[in-house]
Every structure is written in C-alpha cells, then in structure tokens.
Design a protein around this ligand. Structure first.
Ligand SMILES: [Zn+2]
Ligand SMILES: [Zn+2]
Length: 343
C-alpha cells in the first residue's frame, strides 16, 4: 500500500510499504481524509524527539473500517470513523486520575507509531469514533485540531461572559475562536502579525483583532478592559518571549492556557502570578474530547469548512508540504484526500 513516509529529517515522500495486520482489539481503517498539521512539519524537520524513523505521520484523519480485530464489539466493517491519536496505558498515575493524554507511556498515532497518511492504518478500536450520518468524512478528519482547542479551554474553566485573548491566528488560533464561540464566549480578541490571518479570525467570530506589529497589544488590551486585564488568555502563537506579557495582561484570578512545544526558557515574574493568583495551564493533545467535538460539528456549531484552505490528492501531498514550507501565510488546514475518499 501507499504511505507518506518520513525516512529521516528532510527526507520524505510517498512510498510503497507493507499493509498493517489487524491485532486483537484493533480495527483496520481505509483512510479517507487526513489533515497536515504544524506538528507533521516538526517531524519532517527532525524537531520531534519522540519520533523514530522511518515514520508514517498523520494524526488527524478519518476513514472507513475495513477489518475488525478479535474482541471488538462496538464497531463493524463499513463504519465511518475518525480517530483519536492518543493511546494511553490505563495504569500509570495520570491515567489513574483521568488524565490519559499525559500518560507516562503515551503513544501518539502518527508520532510514536505509524499514522494516517497511509491507505490503511490499524488503531485500537477505542480510538475510533463513529461519525453521525450527517457528518462528512472530510469534517471527521478535522475533529482532532478542534479537540486541541476544546482541551485547553476546558482546562481554563471559562465563566459565562469572560473575555478571551488569543495569541496566534494560525489553524489552532482559528479553532480556538470557533470553539470559544461554541462554548458561549462572545468577547474574543485575536492577535497575530499577518493581516490575512486576522481577517479570517474575524470572519470566524473574533470580536476584534490586533496586529502586533501595528499596535501595542498590551496597552490596547489594558485600555479595552479598563485596566482590569483579561480573564482568559490562550497562547496559540507558542512564542515563549510573549509569556511575560500574558502574565502582565491577565486579570486577577485569570487563567492562561499554554500550547507551545518550545524549549526556550522565558522570564516570568513570580510577584505578578501570586498577587493576581493566576492559573497557568499546559494543555497537551486532548483528554477524550472527541465525542463532544463530533457533537459540536454535527450540530453545525463549528464552521469546519472555513478552516480548510486546500484539498489535495495523496500524490499531490509532497507538493503541498512544499507550499506550507514556503508560504505558510497562504495556507490554513491542508486536507489530503486519500484514494479511499469516495466511500
Ligand atoms: Zn495536529
Ligand atoms: Zn498511562
């Protein structure tokens, strides 16, 4: 079968690989659609320490069940599904307290084991979520990026009426705008340095946008909140140097959600955090958010269509990687249609 394989950093392409064998408790999925993510790009660049090469990447995908392994009761051949990439052990400390997405033996499909840029892939049956009839397979492939947004917002415990400031209007920033709206938040500010991205953020529900190269984000937000600061701040720009500003801008009792995977230290002031009793939460992947995201998409509360900027065939995928590399500002979510897309 055909798969998109990263053989070594910067060495990638479509390859003919052996088809996977379905094991007990697993299902084999004919992949229909798979989204290209910033973290796939990190793997290609050799920036993900968890990856052993060669690796078939892809952790945002949907498809149709081709084969069901022994012991699988709740799924059948022909079921349309999307796949939660988080595989956890169930016995370590975080698993025992209900935090399987930070399992000490965490396995992420498409990172630690082969993923969705492949004609077929085998996954644990519990990771496959059936799509309602009203939901398309292409939208199914986008459940994962929305699960990132829902996870961090849930971690931040929004109160009705809270205003939210989102750093970064890339794909994650845009899913955050839509998710914040779906959760009932209405005062949503987004900051970025690319105007076209900010325009999209407004189209998807941001109340206002600030280009950080044209305005002083800190003084503008301070003015807008009459000096009180912002209760909810999400870092989807993943720039450690911005963290001190977030801490300064947070209101007393504010919550800051962090999504970056950057190892650069940043200077935070203890006094600011204690005086205002701030909560800084890290958020990794998602903690069983797929059922709620599927519900939100199926009921039309997320504008999934507007997240997609390009649809390419599997053969066009290496070219699409090149486009993302050279012109990131021209792309939002690039969706790959695999050969099995027309079920
Ligand atoms: Zn992703
Ligand atoms: Zn575990």
């Amino acid at each position: 079968m055909k798969a998109f394989q990263v053989r070594a950093p910067f060495e990638f392409g479509l390859a003919e690989v052996d088809g996977p064998q379905v094991a007990r408790g697993e299902v084999q999925v004919d992949v229909a659609y798979a989204g290209i993510c910033g973290s796939d790009m990190h793997i290609i660049h050799g920036q993900n320490a968890f990856v052993r090469f060669p690796r078939v990447t892809g952790h945002e995908f949907s498809g149709v069940i081709r084969q069901v392994g022994e012991g699988v009761e709740h799924l059948q051949v022909g079921d349309r599904v999307c796949v939660d990439p988080v595989i956890s052990c169930g016995t370590c400390y975080p698993c025992r307290i209900g935090r399987p997405n930070v399992c000490t033996r965490l396995q992420v499909i498409g990172v630690h084991r082969d993923g969705g840029f492949s004609e077929q892939v085998c996954v644990p049956a519990e990771n496959a979520h059936r799509l309602p009839d009203s939901m398309s397979l292409s939208h199914g492939a986008l459940v994962e990026p929305y699960s990132i947004a829902l996870n961090v917002l849930d971690r931040m415990q929004p109160h009705p009426g809270d205003s939210v400031l989102i750093y970064g209007a890339g794909v994650i920033g845009l899913t955050l705008v839509q998710m914040a709206r779906a959760l009932g938040l209405t005062d949503i500010t987004v900051t970025d340095v690319i105007d076209s991205r900010l325009e999209t953020a407004r189209a998807l529900g941001a109340s206002r946008t600030l280009n950080g190269q044209q305005v002083d984000v800190e003084s503008t937000m301070r003015e807008l909140t009459q000096g009180e600061g912002v209760p909810l701040i999400v870092d989807a720009a993943c720039i450690p140097a911005l963290m001190p500003q977030m801490v300064r801008l947070a209101s007393p009792a504010g919550r800051i959600g962090l999504l970056g995977f950057n190892a650069t230290p940043s200077d935070l002031v203890q006094l600011e955090m204690i005086k205002k009793e701030l909560t800084l939460v890290g958020s990794r992947l998602n903690n069983r958010k797929f059922p709620r995201v599927i519900e939100l998409i199926a009921s039309g509360q997320l504008q999934v269509q507007d997240l997609i900027s390009h649809r390419v065939t599997f053969d066009e995928m290496p070219g699409a990687i090149d486009l993302i590399e050279k012109h990131p500002e021209q792309t939002r979510k690039v969706l790959v249609e695999l050969t099995n897309a027309h079920h």
